[in-house]
Write a protein that binds this ligand. Structure first.
Ligand code: SAM
Ligand code: DTB
Ligand code: SF4
Length: 340
């Protein structure tokens, strides 16, 4: 099948003042959620086409560089020391181990390599051990992303100096629902870390998790928080909760898949220039559901058989799916597009 290569010409000029807002009211967002699905998808697809090639998907691979025994109590997370999961804790991987994984991801077609550590925050010593990993992965020609927990201003500056492209730090849910999921750090702590990352000039990757038992208002309020940041995150991962035995959220009622699609569409409309990533949870999604998410404006995925500690679809399944949908892997953004 030949993928469509033509990008639709913008119907209106693509200026910030016209399309990119930072003053969304919750009522406006809930009105979008309430829109008949066909209308919502049509609007999201129009917004998407004004800002992106609709047939290209950004592809990132993940590696857990330090697994388990995390002091935080995030209710969804298998890596929290507060929960009794089957996970083996592991020390920080060596530079060689990281490079082997990055090269393999690159050979499979990933253009960004994301390294995650189960830390509340990195110590300065640990940060210096991650710096050579960032430098080495970058030297392969891949974009780099790390997620290490909370950062100070000087740590963010150090990561920028190391050449880091993206820092992932999620808001996870609405400010109102947050306290029922995590007690060991505040929403404000997360916003401060995002500010340090932004101020250091590192691209921000920030999103959340759906399907944790939150209401539609909470989903809307999460997207409102993200869209009303001083600048939109360049990357917005929308995770569907991966339920892991031994975590407090194991057994929570799964989210209606159509509501998940609606959430993607609303994220696309609120943050027109952001890469919206269909993140954790794809393993349990049908090809048709994923296709709807792409139509709703998701244009990025985690690719590779492992997320951090749980499984992701096999690369052959993903390759087959993208081929059937006529979607192409995007080259590294730095090669193809000006900064957002
Ligand atoms: N410890 C760092 C932190 O929390 O910022 C970095 C790693 S942490 C695992 C990164 C993100 O993974 C979390 O913020 C959360 O959004 C997501 N995550 C963790 N467990 C998940 C699960 N079971 N299902 C979906 N997303 C999950
Ligand atoms: C994000 O939003 N999702 C990724 C990444 N950022 C670090 C992590 C998903 C983790 C899913 C559960 C696991 O594999 O441990
Ligand atoms: Fe620790 Fe991050 Fe998991 Fe929370 S999400 S328990 S901070 S690894």
């Amino acid at each position: 099948m030949t993928p469509i290569t033509q990008t639709i010409t913008p119907a209106t000029p693509d200026t910030d003042s016209e399309h990119v807002r930072h003053d969304w009211a919750l009522a406006e967002i809930l009105a979008l959620f309430d829109t008949p699905l066909n209308d919502l998808l049509f609007e999201a697809q129009c917004v998407h086409r004004r800002h992106f090639d609709p047939n290209t998907i950004q592809v990132s691979s993940l590696l857990s560089i330090k697994t388990g025994a995390c002091p935080e109590d995030c209710g969804y997370c298998p890596q929290s020391a507060h929960h009794h999961t089957q996970l083996e804790r592991e020390r920080l991987l060596s530079l060689d181990e990281v490079l082997v994984a990055a090269k393999q991801a690159q050979e499979q077609g990933a253009t960004r390599f994301c390294m995650g550590a189960a830390w509340r925050n990195p110590s300065d010593t640990n940060l210096e051990r991650v710096v050579p990993m960032i430098e080495a992965v970058k030297a392969l020609g891949m974009e780099t992303c790390v997620t290490l927990g909370m950062l100070t201003e000087s740590q963010a500056a150090r990561l920028k100096q190391a050449g880091l492209d993206y820092y992932n730090h999620n808001l996870d849910t609405s400010p109102e629902f947050y306290g029922t999921i995590i007690s060991t750090r505040t929403y404000e702590d997360r916003l401060v870390t995002l500010q340090h990352v932004r101020d250091a000039g590192i691209h921000v990757c920030a999103g959340g998790i759906l399907g944790m038992g939150e209401t539609r208002n909470d989903r809307g309020a999460l997207l409102q928080q993200l869209a009303n940041l001083p600048s939109h995150p360049e990357s917005v991962p929308i995770n569907n909760l991966v339920q892991v035995e031994g975590t407090p959220l194991q057994g929570v009622e799964a989210l209606d898949p159509i509501e998940f699609v609606r959430s993607i569409a609303v994220a696309r409309i609120l943050m027109p220039r952001a890469y919206v990533r269909l993140s954790a949870g794809r393993l349990d999604m049908s090809d048709e559901l994923q296709a709807m998410c792409f139509f709703a404006g998701a244009n990025s995925i985690f690719y590779g058989e492992r997320l951090l500690t749980t499984d992701n679809p096999e690369v052959n399944r993903d390759r087959g799916l993208l081929k059937r949908l006529g979607l192409r892997f995007a080259p590294a953004v730095s090669e193809s597009q000006p900064g957002q």
